[in-house]
Design a protein around this ligand. Structure first.
Ligand code: SF4
Length: 125
């Protein structure tokens, strides 16, 4: 029997209510993804020790801050490292991560003004 490839996936896309506002981002294609892949769900913000619900945070330069100015950079860095560790431990070489999120988003995320404005285009690592 062929083993399915592993897919690291943002946990909120799987219907888990781990978003900052206690909601999820369930995607309708999840059953198809489950047929094709062995899913490895992760929520970097929860893995960094943040609670749900939590204040929304955005990247401001090298820091990640909530709208009221609390610096949560440390939690985001811990969450990113824990997510990487899980990806390596599970042999994931593919990932499907939630767009726009300051932790899961890739390339285009909000600009740090909490005005739903895109601003930051990150270089690929
Ligand atoms: S950190 Fe990622 S997985 Fe967690 S709620 Fe935000 S977008 Fe979803």
């Amino acid at each position: 029997m062929n083993k399915k490839p592993k897919l690291l996936i943002s946990e909120c896309l799987c219907g888990v209510s781990c978003r900052y506002d206690g909601k999820d981002n369930y995607i309708g294609k999840l059953p198809l993804l489950k047929e094709m892949f062995d899913l490895v769900p992760v929520c970097p913000e929860v893995l960094g020790g943040l609670s749900t619900p939590r204040d929304p945070a955005e990247r401001q330069g090298e820091r990640i801050c909530t709208a009221n100015g609390t610096d949560v950079t440390k939690e985001f860095l811990i969450g990113a490292q824990n997510t990487l560790d899980i990806a390596f431990q599970n042999g994931c070489n593919r990932a499907l991560m939630k767009a726009k999120s300051p932790s899961c988003g890739y390339k285009r995320i909000y600009d740090g003004t909490f005005s739903k404005t895109y601003g930051m285009v990150m270089d690929a690592l």
